[in-house]
Ligand binder design. Structure first.
Ligand SMILES: *Cc1c(COP(=O)(O)O)cnc(C)c1O
Length: 500
């Protein structure tokens, strides 16, 4: 066939729409969307065919070639003609639409070994939290309704009692995230006045959250005291003035200054603040309710320890070491929390029902006998190397079933080091287990890109020593099969590369 014949054989849009192959598409997408997609695909084909170079290929029929003569309408290779029939066009349009309309926010397999990975969504929720979110979100709920009285109530009541029980605080308040919690505290407690902070704590938390900036934003004048490595109690005391509204302590979540260092202990700092009748505010960041240190994991202070030391207001995240939904939690003295509950800003920072459902359920998990098995973050942080080894071997066993596709890849179960992440416990190295993958066909960068682009669920791995490492500490139970399937897909694409 020459170009004119091929172009004449292109089906019209209405024929494509009426074809039986297009039926599924019309159930999946609005008909205008399908019509436009067919039109665009036909236009692409026309342009492609017209731009084809003249063929000297023996496949092409001599007579047609002589007859047409002119280059721009010259013969067309056989395979092009096979791409213009109705099933082929519908198939391609189906693939294009599927790609275009696929959700952007979707699951991935985290094999980085970073447990609280902010870019990958921080804390996976517990079964109880998931169930509660579904139940509360799929219908109506008691969000702001008191059932016994049949009266209006506040969304802030649902989790307050539990948070107070677990932290020893008098009152609690939940907002959208910890950055918002810090902002609310500074605004309510110190706007127009001064807040004193140690120079060793003027940190950047990430995502443009810097302590000096957030102070300025909330209209609070920052008074820096001490030095980067040493701040003493009398540095704070000398900075006190009539304009001082708040003593601020920021937990340096994501870094540590080690060596020649000094910071006053919390009890002394609280006593100093109270002597001047000023509240002490601590931004704890991660906010552990579970005593990780007692389990030999780092030295993270618990929220309860801060309250017990006399801190008046503590803020922390709901989706870091607590292992729940994105939220910022403010706990402390009732008189201060009550003031924040009346702040007009709270309306803009209030959490939604799904957050509250997930948070309350996670708090229930914390109060039950086995938080370290029920809450995914706690489970991942405390899982033993023996258990991890078993899970890595389970994946290796599953890979056996795909052996024929995995000839271009080498797998090895190795010791590895996982991280807590989320700016928490930066020095803690969790002994872990990884599957190391290497290939003679492609380098580690290509291999990790192939893993990220597998058809089902992207696999996010780590590259080290020119190999790809899959740390199983962050592989959730039940994901072993998906991982093995993804690896088989990558193996298959490498083998078929070889064949073509
Ligand atoms: C993480 C962190 C924040 C920010 O918390 P988000 O919940 O991410 O808003 C603030 N302060 C400290 C010390 C942190 O570690």
């Amino acid at each position: 066939m020459d170009k004119t014949d091929v172009l004449r054989h292109l089906p019209a849009v209405h024929r494509l729409l009426a074809a039986k192959e297009a039926k599924v598409l019309l159930e999946e997408y609005p008909s205008t969307v399908v019509r436009i997609a067919f039109g665009e695909e036909l236009q692409r084909l026309r342009e492609y065919i017209l731009a084809l170079e003249p063929q000297a290929d023996s496949e092409i029929d001599e007579r047609t070639s002589e007859r047409s003569g002119r280059n721009h309408l010259g013969p067309v290779p056989q395979w092009v003609s096979s791409q213009i029939d109705i099933p082929a066009i519908v198939q391609r349009v189906a693939e294009q639409l599927a790609r275009k309309y696929a959700p952007s926010l979707r699951p991935v397999l985290n094999l980085t070994g970073v447990v609280i990975h902010t870019n990958l969504g921080r804390a996976p929720l517990s079964a109880r939290a998931l169930q509660s979110v579904v139940e509360v979100a799929q219908g109506y709920s008691t969000l702001e309704f008191q059932v016994e009285e049949g009266a209006r109530s506040s969304r802030h009541v649902h989790v307050e009692r539990r948070i107070c029980d677990m932290t020893g605080a008098e009152a609690a308040l939940v907002v959208n995230n910890n950055a918002a919690a810090v902002f609310l505290v500074l605004q309510e407690m110190a706007e127009g006045g001064e807040a004193i902070v140690s120079r060793g704590q003027l940190v950047e938390i990430g995502g443009a959250f810097r302590v000096p900036d957030i102070m300025a934003q909330s209209g609070v004048e920052l008074v820096e005291v001490g030095t980067t490595n040493k701040t003493r109690l009398n540095d704070y005391e000398r900075a006190m003035s009539e304009r001082t509204r708040l003593l601020v302590r920021v937990h340096t979540s994501n870094f540590r200054i080690v060596g020649f260092t000094e910071e006053p202990d919390l009890v002394s700092l609280a006593q100093l603040a109270h002597r001047y009748q000023i509240p002490l505010f601590e931004d704890l960041g991660s906010g552990a309710l579970f005593d990780y240190a007692e389990r030999g994991i780092g030295d993270e202070p618990t929220v309860a320890a801060s309250i017990a030391a006399g801190v008046d207001i503590v803020t922390f995240s709901g989706d870091k070491l607590l292992g729940g939904a994105q939220a910022g939690i403010v706990v402390g003295r009732r008189s201060y929390i009550d003031r924040m509950k009346k702040h007009p800003l709270l309306r803009a920072l209030r959490p939604d029902k799904m957050t509250l459902a997930a948070l309350e359920a996670t708090l229930i998990d914390h109060q039950r006998p086995h938080p370290e098995t029920d809450i995914p973050v706690l489970r991942m942080l405390t899982e033993s190397v023996d258990d991890l080894l078993q899970r890595a071997n389970a994946v290796m066993d599953l890979l056996e079933e795909h052996r024929q596709w995995l000839t271009a890849l080498h797998f090895e179960v190795c010791e590895n080091t996982a991280k807590v992440g989320g700016g928490a416990l930066p020095l803690v190295e969790l002994p872990s287990v990884a599957i190391r993958i290497a290939s003679e066909k492609v380098g580690a960068t290509t291999l990790s890109r192939l893993l990220r682009t597998v058809p089902d669920v992207p696999i996010i791995a780590r590259i080290e020593d020119d190999a790809v490492w899959l740390d199983v500490r962050t592989l959730l139970p039940g994901q072993e099969f998906l991982l093995a399937k993804g690896l088989a897909d990558v193996g298959q694409s490498l083998v078929s590369r070889e064949l073509t």
